[in-house]
Design a protein around this ligand. Structure first.
Ligand code: ADP
Length: 405
């Protein structure tokens, strides 16, 4: 598909493709603003829908049995005088092959396919997004931006599991870390707020969304992450357990007869905040319920915050100095309660919050929420993974002398 219009505004399309969903955002090259965004859900089903949002107004289109191809085709038909110059794709797993974003050619496409064994639910779906974008715009450059790439600077002492070494050599079993685009973005933003060059800034960045991870950033580079071989390791999350005893699978199997796959599903989809509370994986629901006296909602939040505080202390082992703790993601940006309960476990380190700044999420103090006597500054920095993907894609596209359609 070719779009040739007078007065065209150049834009870049960021795509985050799941197995039955396709999320996209169209960025103007000039102002880094989102001109159009969309979410197609329940694809390949009779109730498939596409929600398009422009200028704060959303419209929902029914696209019965619509595929990823249909969803993207319908979306680009809405571009009007916007002229795409390329695509940035969120790719979950880049293994050890990708230490940074990559312009997609046949070799890169195959390498992403080869990483699918490490992320069987995600990489094949991400590849669908690349395929449909290429079908519709065969002449435009496509860039892959990996969730794992930022963490490829982890040293061996942080990424190795203490299991027989040949499993790392033969099967690449190691800790990879995820949410890299978010940790990278907020670490750059935080360095800006602190007024320091990123390469001289050391941070612990804490991404708390439905998935949760924390990252030690030493002089601008990731040196440890709470997530591991899969995004299941580490912190308590919405529906994921995070760290458990490695003997748990065997124990549960022996006691209940459940097959391995079912146990994995429980740890991924029915654990975390949902499993502990028996109520919800959504922090807003749990906070309301806890305030209304629901004991297990309160307990779930306590476990969540305690485990987070413990992990923050652990990540400090990777750093020589610490310029700030940085909270981000839906929970990190919006829950003053989670931040306060977490920091309450860090008293021994002399960390404290300013009640008012924490209550308004740092909005009236350039992101700062720590108290005047806190030995470590604390910041709230809204993440923007799509913008980071757009920047990475644009950077690679402009570095490469590509024929423009
Ligand atoms: P995702 O990982 O899917 O991108 P988000 O980053 O949007 O998710 O985070 C979703 C989480 O953020 C949910 O648990 C939601 O309850 C929580 N959240 C959003 N707003 C608030 C709020 N005002 N207070 C507490 N939690 C919030």
């Amino acid at each position: 598909m070719e779009i040739n219009l007078p007065n065209a505004v150049e834009c870049l399309i960021v795509i985050n493709c799941g197995s039955s969903s396709l999320k996209f955002a169209v960025f103007s090259l000039a102002g880094e603003t989102v001109l159009l965004k969309g979410l197609a859900e329940r694809l390949d089903r009779p109730d498939a829908v596409l929600t398009l949002t422009r200028d704060g107004r959303s419209e929902v289109l029914a696209i019965p049995w619509g595929s990823h191809h249909t969803a993207l085709q319908k979306s680009v038909a809405e571009l009007g005088d916007l002229k795409p110059c390329g695509f940035g794709h969120r790719i979950v797993h880049g293994g050890e092959r990708f230490t940074r974003s990559a312009l997609i050619d046949e070799r890169v496409f195959s390498a992403i396919e080869e990483c699918s064994s490490l992320a069987p639910l995600h990489n094949p779906a991400n590849l669908i997004g690349i395929r449909v974008a290429r079908e519709l715009f065969p002449d435009l450059p496509q860039v892959a931006v990996f969730d794992t790439a930022f963490h490829q600077t982890l040293p061996a002492k942080a990424f190795l599991y203490a299991i027989p070494f040949h499993y790392y050599e033969d099967l690449q079993i190691r800790r990879y870390g995820f949410h890299g685009t978010s940790h990278h973005y907020v670490s750059l933003e935080a360095a800006g707020i602190l007024g320091k060059p990123p390469q001289h800034t050391s941070l612990i960045t804490i991404h708390l969304g439905n998935g949760c991870s924390a990252c030690a950033v030493k002089n601008g580079a990731s040196v440890d992450s709470t997530m591991g071989l899969t995004p299941g390791e580490g912190l308590v999350m919405g529906t994921r357990s995070g760290d458990v005893d490695p003997a748990l699978h065997q124990f549960l199997h022996d006691q209940t007869g459940m097959p391995l796959g079912e146990i994995t599903t429980i740890l991924n989809s029915r654990s975390g905040l949902l499993g502990l509370s028996g109520l919800s994986n959504d922090m807003r629901t749990l906070s309301d319920a806890a305030r209304a006296g629901h004991p297990r909602a309160k307990l779930a939040i306590e476990v969540f915050c305690y485990r987070l505080a413990k992990s923050i202390c652990g990540l400090m082992a990777g750093l020589d100095s610490l310029d700030a703790l940085v909270f981000t993601g839906g929970i990190g940006e919006n829950s003053s309660e989670v931040r306060a309960l977490t920091v309450a476990h860090l008293k021994i380190l002399g960390v404290s919050l300013d009640c008012e700044d924490n209550a308004n999420h740092g909005k009236s103090n350039h992101g700062w929420i720590s108290g005047p006597n806190s030995r470590i500054p604390c910041l709230v920095v809204p993440t923007n993974e799509e913008l980071m993907i757009a920047r990475e894609a644009l950077c690679l596209i402009s570095l490469t002398d590509l024929p423009r359609p």
